[in-house]
Design a protein around this ligand. Structure first.
Ligand SMILES: *[C@@H]1O[C@H](CO)[C@@H](O)[C@H](O)[C@H]1NC(C)=O
Ligand SMILES: *[C@@H]1O[C@H](CO)[C@@H](O)[C@H](O)[C@H]1NC(C)=O
Ligand SMILES: *[C@@H]1O[C@H](CO)[C@@H](O)[C@H](O)[C@H]1NC(C)=O
Ligand SMILES: *[C@@H]1O[C@H](CO)[C@@H](O)[C@H](O)[C@H]1NC(C)=O
Ligand SMILES: *[C@@H]1O[C@H](CO)[C@@H](O)[C@H](O)[C@H]1NC(C)=O
Ligand SMILES: *[C@@H]1O[C@H](CO)[C@@H](O)[C@H](O)[C@H]1NC(C)=O
Ligand SMILES: *[C@@H]1O[C@H](CO)[C@@H](O)[C@H](O)[C@H]1NC(C)=O
Length: 563
């Protein structure tokens, strides 16, 4: 969050009398001169059902498809329709009663233009069940195909619709393609330097990086930052010459660009000019539109309109189908018009900043912070690292409820700033890694911290994490991985198993040392360290003889375990 936004980008809502003005953040009054008031816009809690329901969902496995895509031995499901059939007692999107006593598979048919694309049997409660098909039955085009999926089960019919984007080869004027692997939510891209190479999963990690005050002052910064593998310049880009020099240096250093249009994303003239000038860049990874539109109560359709415009300029149909790059935005509020703002994104980031601020009493505005009043710099927070995991889990759960869990992904924004307004201190480097890893363990597929320049401690720990990612991302981003998240004594773990190896990523949210046994993690006792390779250490070690992992206060470690 830009400090200036807190003080300048405020929303003015007329009171009933129309005379005094109230200022809001996340729809809440926060000036001591105004009264608490219910902000509205809460995500609806789904009704429950006494009998089990099943929701049919379908999505293309990789989006968009291109003419060269085909299934092969190394990825037999790359070209397929993913069928999800969650069984639930919640009235989530598309849920319908299961005929009582029926345990058999569903018979699923996917049609496009009234013709069957693929069909097959899918078990109940399946996740990402792949039905492979051949692209030869479709022609590449700008407009996404409407896809209808139907299933029958003991006389009950379930149905779902979805879009299938199959774009032509890159037209001249567009410099790269970023696909989303909807089996994992991960981005797939060619190398950022434009020299060619295969599509590969990318785990973006880095900082929102100040432009005018930093990048534009020294064009050698990108090569120095290359160890972070990533960069996200923050506008305003007042000097186009300098912007192009920075982008050239990034390309040369093989750093991807997340192009930020905060401040202009609602101005279609400006967005059109920016997208048209940036889209030929081979290192363009994705677009970024709104920065905390929920904080400032931007119009509820603003993010969707912007995303549609961008996509229409980026080779897509502009009505929901994919273009050549996904669109992202960040939400700051815990629960304010989430569905409206998220509809205009393929990737939604959450920025839960809980270090160094008083989350129950606003030191800036002198009011309490509650669910209907106040701004403490962390909306509806409790002031512990769990605020981040709670926010991640809520965003993921809302995607699931809306039927968007396959088609949209969540990223995390670790707090990399402090000593200002609400936040009295910077996180330490170790705390920075805790913030980042809690996000990753709860499903974040990218991590972009606000902001660089930051403290030397954060920069150094952030780099340790970034340099370990090439060893971890083959697990985190694998479409073959099975995943489990567990928290034991406030140590938060993610475990990704691929074949006979498991990545164990653990982070201690306690301010004191904590020991976790291998048995608590469901790992076999080895009595030695032979099966473990440590790939990240910001304060955690394996004690093989004692069969436990030992975490320092706010320490983090990752190990690859051969089972
Ligand atoms: C997934 O597993 C299949 C079958 O074991 C293997 O051929 C393929 O290479 C694996 N893919 C990835 C991305 O690990
Ligand atoms: C459906 O699968 C989920 C995990 O994906 C599991 O938690 C749940 O218990 C399953 N429900 C039923 C009815 O089997
Ligand atoms: C897909 O369906 C929508 C809604 O029915 C319709 O407006 C749109 O024109 C269709 N798109 C194509 C490409 O057929
Ligand atoms: C814009 O940036 C270029 C490259 O750094 C510099 O030479 C030029 O003086 C800048 N223009 C302005 C108006 O600051
Ligand atoms: C929108 O952007 C254009 C091009 O940058 C600019 O000329 C115009 O003043 C902007 N409009 C508003 C309302 O800010
Ligand atoms: C937050 O501020 C209130 C009011 O000044 C105070 O009572 C409380 O102890 C503070 N909490 C923290 C965590 O500093
Ligand atoms: C905190 O901010 C103040 C005012 O901007 C500055 O004078 C001080 O040096 C900063 N302290 C640290 C530790 O960054």
């Amino acid at each position: 969050m830009l400090q200036s936004k807190v003080f300048q980008g405020l929303v003015f809502l007329a009171t009933l009398a129309g005379e005094s003005l109230a200022q809001t953040w996340c729809g809440k009054n926060y000036m001591s001169s105004s009264q608490p008031a219910e902000p509205g816009g809460e995500f609806p809690v789904p009704a429950t059902s006494s009998q089990p329901l099943l929701a049919l969902r379908c999505a293309q496995a990789i989006r968009p498809y291109l003419p060269d895509d085909a299934n092969g031995a190394s990825d037999p499901n790359a070209v397929s329709i993913l069928i999800d059939t969650p069984v639930t007692f919640l009235q989530i999107a598309g849920a319908k009663a299961i005929p009582s006593g029926s345990t058999s598979d569903l018979s699923v048919t996917v049609t496009v233009n009234g013709k069957t694309l693929v069909s097959g049997n899918v078990p109940q409660n399946a996740t990402k069940h792949a039905l492979p098909f051949s692209l030869s039955s479709l022609s590449p085009r700008t407009a996404a195909y409407n896809m209808t999926c139907t299933a029958t089960l003991s006389g009950q019919t379930f149905s779902a619709t979805g879009l299938l984007t199959y774009l032509p080869d890159l037209p001249s004027g567009i410099g790269s393609v970023t696909k989303m692997d909807l089996r994992t939510g991960a981005l797939l891209a060619r190398p950022a330097n434009g020299k060619g190479g295969a599509f590969a999963p990318v785990f973006p990690i880095g900082f929102y990086t100040q432009f005018d005050s930093y990048l534009a002052k020294d064009f050698t910064i990108p090569s120095k930052l290359a160890s972070q593998g990533y960069i996200h310049p923050v506008p305003d880009f007042s000097n186009t010459t300098a912007l192009n020099l920075v982008l050239d240096a990034m390309e040369e250093a093989n750093i991807y660009l997340m192009y930020d249009m905060r401040g202009t994303y609602m101005n279609s003239t400006s967005v059109t000019a920016q997208v048209n000038s940036i889209k030929s860049r081979p290192n363009l990874l994705l677009w970024y539109t709104a920065d905390e539109p929920d904080g400032t109560s931007d119009p509820l359709d603003a993010t969707l309109k912007s995303s549609n415009l961008i996509t229409s300029l980026d080779g897509g149909d502009g009505v929901g189908g994919a273009g050549y790059h996904p669109v992202s935005l960040v939400l700051n509020c815990e629960n304010f018009h989430w569905t409206s703002y998220t509809q205009g994104s393929d990737i939604v980031l959450q920025d839960t900043y809980m270090v160094g601020n008083n989350v129950t009493f606003s030191t800036v505005w002198g009011t309490p912070c509650t669910t209907d009043y106040g701004d403490c710099g962390c909306d509806n927070c409790k002031g512990s690292f769990e605020d981040i995991s709670t926010r991640m889990d809520e965003f993921k759960q809302r995607l699931f409820i809306n039927g968007w869990d396959r088609t949209k992904a969540v990223w995390t924004v670790p707090q990399g700033f402090g000593n200002e307004t609400y936040w009295k201190r910077f996180p330490t480097g170790q705390e920075f890694v805790v913030e980042s890893v809690v996000g990753i363990n709860h499903g974040a597929l990218g991590s972009v911290s606000w902001d660089d320049p930051t403290s030397a401690d954060i920069k150094s720990s952030g780099s340790t994490l970034a340099l370990s990612l090439p060893k971890m991302s083959p697990f985190i981003l694998s479409s073959n991985a099975t995943f489990k998240q567990i928290t034991i004594n406030r140590v938060d773990f993610g475990l990704w198993t691929v074949g006979s190896q498991t990545l164990v990523l653990g982070t201690n949210m306690n301010n004191s040392p904590t020991v976790i046994t291998l048995a608590q993690l469901g790992l076999p006792a080895t009595g030695s360290s032979d099966a473990f390779t440590q790939v990240l250490d910001t304060g955690a070690v394996l004690d093989g003889a004692r069969n436990h992992l030992s975490f320092q206060a706010v320490g983090t470690g990752a190990w690859i375990v051969k089972l």
